[in-house]
Design a protein around this ligand. Sequence first.
Ligand SMILES: [Zn+2]
Length: 645
Amino acid sequence: MKIKIGLILFLGGIMVSMGQSHYPGQHQDKLTLKDSKTTKALAFDIKDVTLLDSRFKENMQRESGWILSLKANSLLHSFRTNAGVYSGYEGGYDTTEKLEGWESLDCELRGHAVGHILSGLALLHATTKEEVYKIKADSVVSGLAEVQKVLNQNGYLSAYPQNLIDRNIAGQRVWAPWYTLHKLYAGLIDQYLYADNTLALEVVEGMANWAYNKLQDITPEQRTIMLRNEFGGMNDAFYALYEITGNKKYKWLGEFFYHNESLDPLKKKEDNLDKKHANTYIPKLIGLVRDYEIEGNKENKEVPEFFWNTVVNHHSFVTGSNSDKEKFFKPDHQTEHLTGYTGESCNVYNMLKLTRHLFGLEADVKYADFYEKALYNHILGQQDPSTGMIAYFLPMLPGGHKVYSTPTKSFWCCVGTGFENQAKYSEAIYYHNNNGLFVNLFMPSELQWKEKGLTIKQETKFPYEESTVLTISTDKNVKTAIYVRYPSWATSGATVKVNGKKIRIKSKPGSYINIDRIWKNDDKVEITYPMELHWSASKENSNVAAVMYGPIVMAAELGKEGMEAPAPYSNPELHNDYYTYDYNVPASINNKLEVKGEKLNTWLKPIENKPLAFKTIGVENQKELTFVPLFDLHRERYNIYWELK
Ligand SMILES: [Zn+2]
């Protein structure tokens, strides 16, 4: 987004795009325009996939506790105040508890988290089938509908006045009003798609009609200026509304938010990303791929593919995250950016959305491999397992630590996307097409594949174990292929047993193992991918590398020295302190390892009775270190990248 000047200069570009995209294959009963036929792998509706017990489900449950603890009156307070709707009395029994941080009444982004929370509640309802999330969301949606009515501005709805949009159009200083509105559009669309709330659709159509009328008369120059400000996934939201309603006005709006200045250079296959605000960029590509899914213009597929390859292969850390202080830097310069401000979580959230779309188009395993990498090594570990609080960045700084939010005084963008991330672990495990089922992730879950009359239960402790077991339940015999992802990291091979009998595997790592047969009730498939310790060296300097075990980034525990309260939590008294946070790394910590040329398993040994934990033996000039998965390393200092000597 446009950088603001003065006190908040350093905050330029703090945000993101959110709410769910529509993935081809989903919500078929709610779309006027049917999904294009170009898709090679279709997504399942999230309600057809149930998470079974795992770290992922525990994260979801912690997030559920937090989201339910935020009262509807508090969520609606800024909206009601903007419209003059009653919102309680100060100091009396009817006082509304006010949200702070980016949701406070004087923050120009107020209302953004409410949109994310509507998306999060929609996802939680769909995946758990529990009514509590729907009841909560229904009361928020009704409150918003009332505010929209009282505002009485052609459908405009927000927690701030239209003047913020007017300032944006006039090129005056303003944070990111369209970005903020996008969260609300997306949240309401999700309430319709995932939780059947028809009032939410009515409200968001009103908002879209307001936008259509508002933007009719602005000049091309005003449009150019307006689009330089971060606008999140407005294009994605309008394409979703177009697909739902068939109303061409919304297609016009989706195209209106095509940002020529950012996207045109990418058409020439130029890596123009250095110094660009990452999360302002990524959603623009999601909108473009949505346009392709609906309209089929090939260029709108090639540009997002080029962008994805560029970011994943040249701008990403070993965790699948990108950016330093929210910005891309020169390609293949990661080792010069091992700072405390790397890897904004919203960027990963949006890269995973883009990845899901691109996987659907080509069913190429490289997208599923990346999805796994970023999900385990970034998203899963960004939630504090003690409190459910969320970290904004994932520091690569040697001796850095995760800095978590507070429950009601932060509401950063990454807290907002966190409400969604932690609610949708079941979304990308399985895909399907006419020929078969893709098993992309090894996560305990149960899929109802209604079209085929099959239930597939997946049981595993992966990555704490190397195998996963699929059990089929069916009333009748069903012929179909099951394509099990053969990850590119599984270089030691694979074993697949069907009902205890080994089958021959013709494919190689970085592809799919195709098991095509007539499936009967109780059939079992057991898949094993041996995992090993290995280095992931940086491209620009092979002497700087991270330790991996299979797809999992392993980090060394470096203790809590110098971490004073409120660490590891953010201090809400300091304005957006995550951005200027002083990690106070003790001088005794360094990231040098004198192990060059030695095999990893000669100096890094498994710890008995502690799965996925290793300790160093006899490494010179370095204390004994314990390595655990980065996603499991919380509330203390760590190191990821090592300088090898
Ligand atoms: Zn963020």
